[in-house]
Design a binder for this molecule. Structure first.
Ligand code: FES
Length: 95
């Protein structure tokens, strides 16, 4: 996965098992900085945070992880599938 560093960490508020994403690799900004920023700017948008912290302006792979950090309050996430994962809208109907 370009631009997003995946680690095989466990514990400490990280997702259990498997690789995780905890920073904007291009700019070296950890997602924990997003949480710190939200302490002072609780209504900040993803774009506002990215601009304030200097993230997301290269490959942009960290942008959805900023959103996940806002939504979950966690600074480490399971990788988001590059193909978007299973598309439930096109799942074949049963029966
Ligand atoms: S990971 Fe590339 S811009 Fe953040």
């Amino acid at each position: 996965m370009d631009g997003v560093e995946m680690r095989d960490d466990h514990g400490g508020g990280k997702p259990s098992g498997g690789p995780s994403v905890d920073r904007c690799v291009c700019r070296g900004v950890p997602l924990s900085e997003v949480l710190r920023h939200l302490d002072d700017h609780p209504d900040e948008t993803v774009d506002g945070i990215a601009e304030a912290l200097g993230m997301g302006d290269r490959c942009g792979m960290c942008i959805p992880y900023i959103g996940l950090t806002i939504k979950t309050g966690r600074s480490s996430h399971h990788p988001i599938p590059q193909d978007g994962g299973p598309d439930r809208r096109t799942r074949p109907q049963q029966g």
